[in-house]
Ligand binder design. Structure first.
Ligand code: ACO
Ligand code: ZN
Length: 281
């Protein structure tokens, strides 16, 4: 027999339809009971409202006028945009976003209280509107100096470099605030993998292109990564060596080759000059 908590955690959605995609959820998400176990849950890709059948969804689509997330567009470059949404002002949208993202996050408790958070939505624009790719949330005030609470790339867009775009953007906001930041712990397996890759790529790129000596503290100031996250990344690259009585950073042939392969990938990057944002005081 299963305990109630195990039953409560059992996956309750079979399939989600969102825009042109059908997605299979990974984990339990606390959608209202009457939406559980329907063959397909229809989600409006613009307002994130959900419907148990196609007819109700189609009726909604004739009325829904939203063509982008309901917030301020604070970044635009080519077809990528970021929208900033205040959890307190757009409670419904942010709650719907949390419900959707819980389908792909197992280790987080879901926050019904979205008020203390800002949500940064990454979208891809075409003639029909700005389609959500993923997002991250951020506490308005973080006592621990977290610069990101929760990050998600929707499964149909994963492994295409958008996670990097989200992570880079979170550090661009930290740079604008003038403080170092780190993602909220614990990280999921995918979260840890992706952050480790991201931190390593940024640091190796910086080190290769830097003339002269640089300390860990200076790396931290340049990137807004915490010293701890920098050390984590450098250890994962096996780049910390002890020579002549002091620690040095050594990039091995393997690391250099991996960096070369990475540089050749045509990955999207955040262009800081396209960010129209100042931190709220
Ligand atoms: N297997 C192996 N390596 C992976 C995988 C995977 N499934 N996913 C990401 N990585 C690593 C790879 O090195 C990858 O680079 P590569 O594709 O060039 O090899 C790198 O991370 C980054 O990949 P991106 O394409 O930039 O990242 P993606 O858009 O897939 O998003 C994310 C990463 C956000 C973690 C995504 O996997 C996701 O949404 N997962 C579900 C939700 C989740 O676990 N979020 C993190 C929770 S922790 C927190 O919120 C603080
Ligand atoms: Zn809608």
């Amino acid at each position: 027999t299963q305990s109630t908590s195990e039953v409560a955690r059992m996956k309750n959605l079979i399939l989600i339809e969102m825009g042109q995609f059908r997605i299979e959820p990974w984990y339990f998400s606390p959608y209202p009971q009457e939406y559980s176990y329907v063959p397909v849950l229809f989600i409006c890709e613009f307002c994130l409202c959900f419907y148990a059948n196609k007819m109700q969804y189609t009726r909604h689509r004739t009325k829904c006028t939203l063509q982008h997330p309901p917030g301020n567009e604070i970044y635009r470059k080519d077809d990528l945009s970021f929208f900033e949404i205040d959890g307190r002002r757009q409670r419904m949208y942010c709650r719907n976003l949390c419900l959707l993202s819980k389908c792909f996050l197992d280790h987080k408790t879901l926050f019904y209280d979205v008020d203390p958070f800002l949500f940064y939505i990454l979208t891809l624009r075409d003639e029909r509107g700005c389609h959500i790719i993923g997002y991250f949330s951020k506490e308005k005030e973080s006592a621990e100096n977290y610069n990101l609470a929760c990050i998600l790339t929707l499964p149909q867009y994963q492994r295409m470099g958008y996670g990097r775009v989200l992570m880079q953007f979170s550090y661009e906001l930290s740079k604008a605030e003038g403080k170092v930041g780190s993602p909220e712990k614990p990280l999921s397996d995918l979260g840890l993998l992706s952050y480790r890759t991201f931190w390593s790529e940024v640091l190796v790129d910086l080190l290769i292109n830097y003339d002269g000596e640089i300390s860990i503290d200076e790396l931290s100031q340049l990137t807004c990564f915490t010293v701890q996250d920098i050390m984590h990344a450098l250890f994962s690259l096996d780049a910390i060596r002890y020579y002549h009585g002091q620690h040095c950073i050594v990039l091995s042939q393997r690391v250099m080759e991996a960096h070369e392969r990475f540089s050749q990938k045509k990955l999207r990057k955040v262009d800081p000059s396209c960010l129209k944002w100042t931190p709220k005081v």
